[in-house]
Design a protein around this ligand. Sequence first.
Ligand code: AMP
Length: 282
Amino acid sequence: MRKVSHQARSKNKSIGFVPTMGYLHKGHLSLIKKARRECDFVIISIYVNPIQFGPKEDYKRYPRDLKRDKRLAREEKVDVVFIPKDKDIYPDGYQTYVDNEGSLSEGLCGATRPGHFKGVCTIVCKLFNIIKPDRAYFGQKDYQQAQIVKQMVRDLNMDVKIRVLPTVRDEDGLAISSRNEYLSLSERRRALILYRSLQQAKRMIKEGIKDVSYIRNNIKDKIKGIKPTKIDYIEIVDSNTLKRVNKIDREVLIALAVWIGRTRLIDNMIISHKPQASSRKL
Ligand code: AMP
């Protein structure tokens, strides 16, 4: 992989890189298409990184279909699909990890999936070192991950530009995810509540409602109505620092992680605090 990447670079080609865990869907494809438009040489990786999964998480049953992934990559004119093996990435004697120890990883998935972002930073750092891309593409669907990767790039002086692209949704609004594969038909219907409650929160903010606990409770009641197995979090945080806010007085991220049956789904929305002209003030 290093050799191929080096060859492209020595021909003055810009390298775009899309790291994925495979089971490609329209969300991944939007990143790949953007990389294809912006870069001369496009590399994607497919690697289900064991160290970013907790011991009770879905590492073993995570959906995999390399044949289909390779076909989709070919259709998108990807130059290289990098599919490393565990023993290449974490050979015997492996000892070095990269972690975010600051506020960006304190809340949200950092709190509910301990060790997750250490696994993410480590694999992304390793992939960047192997591939040395000019640009790397991430989805807003995993907003906290993208923020943490940007911080890692700044903190560790990595020479790569991070691009974050909007969440791709199914027609009914459900954020597309490889994990949607786990959902039964009725679970999928119930899962729509994530997007709907985000939309409702957005409407409330646009109407001028500023009280965060009021908005959170509203989302919570809505989600509880579909009897989720568990709510991991419903948070309203500053979109830059990811720290909780009490009042909608800046751009915020509303982020959710909800279990529906055995499936943990996440979704989020960025909302600016400017109410629409005609709205009431509370
Ligand atoms: P994953 O294979 O789930 O690790 O995702 C690989 C990349 O695709 C990450 O940067 C994700 O944020 C991004 N991604 C996943 N789902 C979507 C989506 N629905 N829309 C946009 N990007 C996505």
